[in-house]
Design a protein around this ligand. Structure first.
Ligand code: GLC
Length: 666
């Protein structure tokens, strides 16, 4: 029987709005069934329950063992919607096995500064790529019968001062950059949206009626449950009135706050019932899903999927005839004897019991050649030993990345840089130096990039990291990843630089010029541009056709030829440039992409459809997305700075839809 708010006492309803413990809804003494939420974007992170109670994770409260999947930043580097969907399916499979109803993922915040500690949990600096992958992820989880919760809504782009620093963002920037991924993802009907800790324009998100009710629920049409980030609550009755349906985790103050507010007439039962109904609707979705959902894979099968996903997230940034590894002797070095880091820390960190095999052993198993491992510092220096090998692989990582703190440098850690400085001399003896970067976000490589023959950006591949890497290094998998965020020359050349705001207000004065939009507008050189990634194959682009479907819809098709003798995947990107807007617009913006397997010697015709959003900007005058008549350039690129083909189109919408571009009478 379908429950309605009338089936509950007022007290029961207050409890329903404030949670039972750290991870569960209150069940009103069994009136509603168990409803369990758990992190996270990179795999299931679920506390071990004790007598039906679910305390906070961490400390003595162990979490269940689960498959440590690649980070969302690594999945974004694959640009593969199907693999993103599969990733969410794998995590959902473990949610089902562990009796979880909602997965608190994906995180879809935009990477405004590469220093943000949680960038490894997010997809990209580009809203379109983020939103597209967010939909794939939500569809993957919910298709398995596990709810998704897109987060952290919104403009939560740093970890420092995240609990109270207000993001000061103008309306157009909010709409075009920080809300677009949420607006797109809402179309996949996630069960939940998690509001962020921070205020936006001076009002905490948890009580920001404009963003929660007017925009998210009103304009975007979100009809699920808005949940607070854990502890992101100001005053429960105010957050209720703003549109926050559920506050987590349980805290008694929230219950008392609602009770007093009701008694004082500050909230009505109607206000309460609106939120209760949203929660009951979600509980019903969960109950329906529980009837048919089932575990599909075992641990080994999930692990194999993690390997497949991780391997497509690996990006070959530089390669001067060093990869794939051919026969010959290989020395694998880790400058400070670290075990490769394959994830960031915090609520996205997954406890896996998978026993990984060291990279050098995996390589030995594939190539069979003499592959040895040097734990520099405990044996002869890697430089002295390196003279006896043909290729030296250096495993390096950057500063720690994780929730609740931001990096303060983009550089590798000192020992990694120091080892590269030492080992580079081996190039004089014809040795190949290959740097393997284990990181979840952009790394400043400027100091040493010219001293090495190849750079592989491994990402945070989770438990499958080294297995995926071994396949790519030996050519069993041809690298197909492309970076979903710009790699700047150095921290100083980024917009935010090393500036830290005062902890009270951060002014987003870069406006819509974020990521590649910033570097291109101000002609700031970068190390590797958004969308860059090499292959072992060579691709040729040709035969661009732009077919008009309507005044604001076009079908873009083009041919890609694989000129090599290896089958490989290529990510082609569609950018649009508004050539005569009356507002400041980025030089170009990503509005479509395709990832295609193209066999050796094959020519494949790729088609991408552009809808009206591809040409629009958000007008704060018309308070909606608006297309200005004029000429637009449609570009096809292998990266944002490697444009292969382009074509000019002219859009001429009826005059009454347009603002006039010049004074008619004067
Ligand atoms: C954390 C994170 C959020 C996570 C939640 C539950 O503070 O911000 O991403 O889902 O709390 O752990």
């Amino acid at each position: 029987m379908k429950l309605t708010p009338k089936d509950f006492t007022l007290e029961q309803k207050f409890k329903l709005l404030t949670g039972k413990d750290y991870w569960q809804l209150d069940t009103s003494s069994g009136k509603i069934p168990r409803f369990f939420m758990a992190d996270g974007p990179n795999g299931l992170r679920k506390v071990q329950e004790v007598n039906g109670e679910a305390p906070n994770t961490g400390g003595k409260n162990a979490t269940v063992s689960a498959t440590a999947m690649p980070s969302l930043s690594t999945i974004a580097n694959s640009w593969n919607k199907e693999l993103c969907n599969l990733d969410a399916q794998v995590i959902a499979d473990e949610c089902i096995e562990n009796d979880v109803d909602v997965l608190l993922a994906p995180g879809i915040n935009i990477k405004r500064t590469p220093l943000c500690g949680r960038n490894f949990e997010y997809f990209s600096e580009d809203p379109y790529l983020s939103g597209t992958l967010a939909c794939a992820y939500v569809d993957g989880a919910q298709g398995k019968g596990v709810g998704a919760c897109i987060k952290h809504y919104c403009a939560n782009n740093r970890e420092s001062f995240r609990f109270h620093q207000s993001s000061e963002v103008d309306e157009r920037t909010l709409r075009e950059i920080y809300l677009t991924a949420f607006e797109m993802a809402v179309k996949s009907k996630p069960w939940m949206v998690m509001c962020s800790y921070n205020p936006v324009n001076g009002v905490f998100l948890s009580e920001n009626k404009y963003l929660l009710t007017d925009v998210l629920k009103g304009e975007f049409g979100f009809d699920g449950v808005v949940v607070s980030d854990w502890g992101a609550n100001t005053s429960r009755y105010k957050t209720l009135l703003a549109g926050l349906d559920l506050e987590m985790p349980f805290n008694k103050n929230a219950f008392d706050n609602l009770k007093q507010a009701y008694e004082q007439g500050l909230i009505s039962e109607k206000d309460v019932d609106r939120a209760v109904q949203n929660i009951l609707n979600m509980v019903e979705k969960a109950q329906t899903a529980r009837k048919t959902r089932k575990v599909e894979w075992n641990k080994q099968e999930r692990h194999q999927k993690a390997v497949e996903i991780a391997s497509e997230g690996i990006v070959l940034l530089k390669n001067e005839n060093a990869l794939p590894l051919k026969s010959g002797k290989v020395l694998v070095g880790t400058p400070n004897g670290f075990a490769p880091i394959s994830s960031g820390t915090g609520s996205a960190k997954v406890q896996t019991d998978y026993v990984t095999t060291p990279l050098w052993k995996l390589l030995k198993g594939i190539n069979g050649d003499k592959v040895e491992y040097d734990w520099d510092g405990y044996q002869k220096s890697i430089y002295e030993r390196g003279i006896d090998y043909d290729t030296i692989l250096l495993c390096v990582h950057g500063a720690a990345e994780g929730e609740a703190y931001d990096r303060d440098t983009l550089e590798l850690n000192y020992r990694s840089i120091d080892t590269i400085r030492k080992v580079k001399k081996l190039r004089e003896y014809g040795k190949k130096i290959v740097v393997l970067v284990y990181a979840g976000s952009a790394i400043d490589m400027s100091e040493w990039i010219d001293d090495v023959d190849a750079v592989v950006y491994c990402g945070f591949g989770g438990e499958a990291m080294d297995e995926a890497l071994a396949k790519v290094l030996t050519g069993k998998v041809v690298p197909s990843g492309k970076i979903a965020e710009t790699f700047p020359l150095n921290l100083e050349s980024t917009y935010c630089g090393s500036d830290r705001s005062d902890g009270f207000v951060e002014e987003y004065n870069d406006r819509v010029f974020v990521g590649y939009r910033y570097y291109e507008k101000y002609n700031v050189p970068v190390l590797f541009p958004f969308g860059h990634g090499l292959s072992y194959a060579q691709f040729e682009y040709s035969n661009l056709k732009v077919e008009k479907i309507s005044e604001t819809e076009y079908n873009v098709s083009y041919d890609i030829t694989n000129k090599s003798n290896v089958d490989a995947k290529e990510i082609s990107q569609i950018y649009v440039s508004d050539l005569n807007a009356m507002v400041a617009r980025p030089v170009k913006e990503l509005k479509g992409f395709s990832k295609d397997l193209i066999k050796a010697g094959e020519t494949k015709t790729v088609s991408v459809k552009l809808d009206k959003k591809a040409f629009s900007y958000y007008s704060t005058v018309y308070k909606k997305w608006h297309i200005e008549n004029g000429t637009f350039e449609i570009m096809v690129g292998a990266s944002s700075q490697d444009i292969k083909l382009s074509s000019i189109i002219k859009i001429e919408l009826p005059d009454h839809t347009q603002n006039t571009k010049e004074i008619v009478y004067c």
